[in-house]
Design a protein. Sequence first.
Lengths: 307, 187
Amino acid sequence: MDEDWRLTGKAEVLRIRAAMTRSIRRFFQDQDFLECETPLRIPALAPERHIDAVASGEWFLQTSPELCMKRLLAAGYPKIFQICKCFRAGERGALHLPEFTMLEWYRTGTDYRTLMDDCESLIARIAGELGLGVAVPWQGRRICLLPPWERITVRDAFARYAGLSVEEALRRDCFDETMVCAVEPRLGMERPVFLYEYPAELGALARVNAENPEVAERFELYAAGLELANAFSELTDVAEQRRRFEEASRDRRLKNCPAYPLPERFLQALSRMPPSAGIALGMDRLAMILTDQMTIDDVVAFTPESL
Amino acid sequence: MYTASDLRKGLRIKIDNDPYIITEFNFVKPGKGQALYRCKLKNMVNGNQFERTFRSVDIFEAADLQEKKMQYLYREEGKYCFMDNQSYEQVFLSADQVGEAKNFLLDNIEVEILFFEDRPLGISLPNFIDVMVTKADPWAKGDSVSGNTKPVTVQTGYQLQVPPFIEEGEKIRIDTRSGEYLTRVKG
């Protein structure tokens, strides 16, 4: 009786979540995006300093579908999206599940700014179709979804909220702590906000800005202090991408983290990939915002602990 | 020795030779950044609290506490009395030292009293206790309007949310670590 009670208690949230997914599909289908399914179990990963994969035999469960998605871009597919499960070892908390749902979409021939417009249109449309109107309730307040949303550079966000500059935080090796303790909790409380222009060394898979190579074309979307999405103008320089992979691998080795084979087929395809922009959005996190739930456990039918 | 992945609310660690208990815990990970473990810590000796954010490479020593099995006897003027069944020794803990455990102190329940340098200063409860529901509004079967949970009071005076089908006089199991309803107990 208890298990049934726990599951039926989630009925309204699960209904909204399903409606959210339907809206998302319609949004992309209306714009002639191709919905893709790429393998979850893969032999090589894009090595990242702070992301550990879940092993599956001698292969791995994907931490993101981006390697195959970019190979599709390289083959000439111009607009693609995917809704799929991603797996990350050792990540469990109020906002983290080791298995979670990601929405990724990619456009060739654009840069990351187009993706900001996509986010505004997509989320406003979902809220409209859910009957939430222009604002969603959040913990007794309301978050207004009317575009345009705020855009703030990482530099300005640190100046406004952190009490120290980005350079100082990097020098003192406290960038992550400052983000988590001072900056993130203040982002997107009244309206969603795009945090953009990351320092080049935090660019991850983003290309650096042609006019200002100190800055990477990367943004993160925040609402109610929750990180919802991460977007890039994608790096297409194969030598630079390989260099970044090798640096991340070296870093992982120094920390005794598991090593991953480099994705060679991806690196070959990268040379044929046109300039593109891509984004990864956490569907569970978006569901939290749309259902006013503080914990990711409350937007999924089953947590790993309940299995 | 504990690693950062062992950190959780209720864990007791040694910092500068004093025992601390983690009163709040949050795993956080900024986008593309490292995992961080945000803790609120309370000094079990002097009650001082502070916040600290740890990294995954950090390691911790267990707090230097000795445990002794004792039985809860009674509460008098904000002090809680526990007795060793072998030696009949009695110790007293303050309300602050007992903390949230006060909600789960059934008569004569056996607990571990935590001693630091021979001073009692904390308590460790069983993870689960079975308690009687002493006050609950009746459940009208088919009533879906009032929601999926209702508040009840249990024999210790503690109030919590339970499924609507739990009635007065029934026994329920509570997880003492979270204070939440676990399941109905038969018989």
